[in-house]
Write a protein that binds this ligand. Structure first.
Ligand code: WT7
Length: 645
């Protein structure tokens, strides 16, 4: 390893930070020595309860069970909206910046209240009740947040599906959670390109007989097909609704939302999050990790279709009473200075993005950054994948002008909120390290025998005790949650990531150690891509692995075996790529397809991915033991015919 260039907390930053070094040590100690007392206090400080809780925690990690504040009652939108009306009704809650730099809009907490209540009443008028599931398939426009919050207003459970997913993926998700109503828009627009959301919904719903209503937002105004039995326009419908909607007070453990994410096996899982624990931890991490101060503008560049958008565009910032910037576009449109233009335009103080975006912008050149002012920025953050020290240094030196600390936040869809992250006023930064656990989080590293590693070392990253925003279930399949996260090492939550811990207790996430890929910060299961590839009638078998990619972090490398009598061709290659886009999403398109006459298998027929991974990564000097292969010669054959990248 090259030498680490540690950055101490800048003294001015430390002087004004919400949490200093001693606060962190003291509060962390409390949080793990007496979690119940610690979290009870936080839950009182951060949330408004309609019925106070008397129980704090009930957990059994062996069964993947956790219940936080279980006898308390509250409503998420009371916390994210109503609570603020008296003190900051006119403050901007959502600052929207369109794909087109000429479009922007400020939505105050008061406006937000009205919009959410109207849509909540519309949902009720279409028969949606507490506990019902609602699918949201939307562009990055304020109505996406209204839709999520409108569900929370009435106790319905939302399932947001990223607008980049294909009609087939959308259909699978609607059916899996039995959504009866879909909220969408005519089109999305990103980087000037239109995406036909309504047409995708039409296609998906042709196989979803239980969906009785599609609420459609007119966004670009492009004409769309219409099913007058099912489709209603958002604008004209909400205009007829009352602007007040009493909040449905729910139990702390009632589900707030489902969000699908990919795993090692099978179809994506519907990760279920609770109401109170999730809201508490997103709000608290928002405030402390981003050191958020009253009146500041916070910008998270994620899409609301991912957990990052749920937690740090909508729930955390709004519950904390912040101004949350929501951006419809892409970093490179109209040109590669867009992020920094927007920072200047809206005087953004805290900016949170993904390493893949940073790497793409490095490639465009420093001039796009240095031509902008950026003096409003105070803190930077990253999320979604390991950040390589070169990208970190560029972000720190060029974007942040060496002034702004960077919080490299490690967490997952299943964790709901930040888990391992610097607190910027409390700890020195080491480029590439996510630093230390957040309050109440007890990480451990396990060796290959499942034994905890003490002190410095590297192993499988697990979490020892439950935390408030922990996954509460896999929708419709409780056993699958236990099997996936709580069985491999009984008593621990298994993250699927590997990590190293250094002498000072800092964590360095090394990436997934299961069959999950992280492509441009998007999570994909190798099994999903393989299933898509073998749908092609010429393909007998496929195996997918990741390989290092300069911009995407990981690229998708597919080995495909043809059925006998079929020939490889560029046409076939393109058909396979199109198939992945159609079945899953354009983000799932393989970067490389290698025609494989055979795949390395054990004598019992199991594909040895370890070897395929080494071939894809060009790590040929150390292929490991190949003697257990049924036919070791296939390995030489694959090495000889590697594809160029
Ligand atoms: C996986 C979770 C967390 C929201 C976005 C992704 C990787 C996430 C980091 C980080 C290294 C990271 C892990 C994790 N990951 N953040 N700061 N450093 N790796 O959520 O789609 O559930 O993916 O993203 O591999 O397991 P997700």
């Amino acid at each position: 390893m090259s030498e680490v260039h540690t950055r101490p907390v800048p003294s001015e930053f430390a002087a004004n930070a919400l949490i200093g070094a001693e606060d962190y040590e003291r509060m962390y100690r409390q949080s793990v020595e007496n979690p119940e007392a610690f979290w009870a206090q936080q839950a009182k400080d951060f949330l408004h309860w309609d019925k106070p809780f008397t129980q704090v925690l009930e957990e059994d990690m062996h069964k993947g069970h956790a219940a936080w504040f279980a006898d308390g009652q509250l409503n998420v939108t009371v916390n994210c909206i109503d609570k603020h009306l008296a003190t900051r009704g006119d403050q901007t809650a959502i600052l929207w910046e369109g794909d087109d730099p000429a479009h922007s809009q400020a939505i105050s907490y008061r406006n937000l209240h009205e919009n959410v209540c109207r849509l909540a009443n519309l949902l009720k008028s279409r028969g949606v009740k507490k506990g019902d599931r609602v699918c949201i398939y939307m562009p990055m426009i304020p109505e996406a947040a209204y839709a999520m919050l409108a569900c929370a207003r009435i106790g319905a459970v939302h399932s947001v599906v990223f607008g980049g997913f294909s009609p087939i993926s959308l259909k699978d998700r609607i059916l899996d959670s039995d959504c009866r109503l879909v909220i969408t828009a005519d089109e999305a627009i990103r980087g000037g390109k239109h995406i036909a959301l309504k047409a995708n919904v039409d296609q998906a719903l042709s196989e979803c007989p239980n969906v009785h209503t599609a609420i459609v937002i007119k966004h670009t105004g492009t004409p769309v097909d219409w099913d007058s039995q099912r489709d209603i326009w958002y604008g004209e419908s909400v205009a007829q609704m009352d602007s007040e909607c009493p909040p449905e007070i729910v139990n702390a453990e009632d589900p707030l939302f489902i969000l699908y994410t990919s795993g090692s096996t099978g179809k994506p899982k519907g990760v279920l999050h609770s109401t109170a624990g999730y809201l508490l931890m997103t709000t608290m991490t928002f405030k402390y990790v981003f050191d958020y101060k009253e009146g500041e503008v916070f910008w998270c560049t994620a899409d609301v279709g991912w957990i990052t958008g749920h937690s740090y565009i909508v729930y955390g910032p709004l519950c904390a009473g912040a101004t949350s910037l929501m951006f419809e576009g892409v970093p490179t449109y109209p040109d590669a200075s867009r992020f920094w233009q927007v920072v200047d335009k809206h005087q953004v103080n805290i900016f949170y993005t993904a390493p893949t975006a940073i790497r793409a912008l490095i490639g465009a050149g420093d001039n796009y950054v240095t031509g902008t002012d950026r003096s409003s920025l105070r803190l930077l953050g990253t999320v979604g994948e390991p950040i390589n020290p070169e990208a970190w240094e560029w972000y720190y030196n060029v974007v942040g002008d060496k002034r702004c600390p960077i919080v490299d936040t490690w967490w997952q869809t299943e964790t709901g909120a930040h888990m391992i992250t610097p607190l910027p006023g409390a700890m020195a930064l080491k480029p590439g390290s996510a630093s230390k656990p957040f309050f109440g989080v007890q990480p451990a590293l396990l060796d290959e025998n499942g034994k905890e590693i003490e002190g410095a070392g590297e192993g499988s990253l697990v979490i020892k005790r439950s935390w408030p925003s922990m996954i509460r279930g896999v929708y419709g399949d409780r056993q699958r949650m236990i099997d996936t996260y709580f069985s491999m090492y009984p008593g621990y939550y298994v993250t699927g990531d590997g990590a190293r811990r250094d002498e000072s207790g800092y964590y360095w996430i090394t990436g997934r150690i299961d069959d999950v890929l992280n492509v441009s910060g998007h999570r994909l299961g190798t099994a999903e891509i393989e299933s898509a590839l073998v749908l092609h009638e010429d393909i007998a078998e496929a195996a997918v692995v990741g390989y290092p990619h300069d911009i995407k972090g990981q690229g998708i490398y597919a080995f495909a075996t043809l059925k006998s009598g079929h020939q490889p061709s560029d046409i076939l290659r393109q058909q396979l790529i199109d198939l992945c886009a159609k079945e899953i999403s354009p983000i799932a398109k393989p970067d490389i397809i290698q025609w494989a006459p055979g795949l390395p298998k054990t004598r019992s027929g199991k594909i040895m991915r370890r070897i395929l991974r080494k071939i894809a990564c060009n790590e040929l000097d150390n292929l490991g033991d190949t003697s257990t292969l049924a036919d070791p010669s296939v390995v030489d054959e694959l090495i000889d015919h590697r594809e160029n990248r």
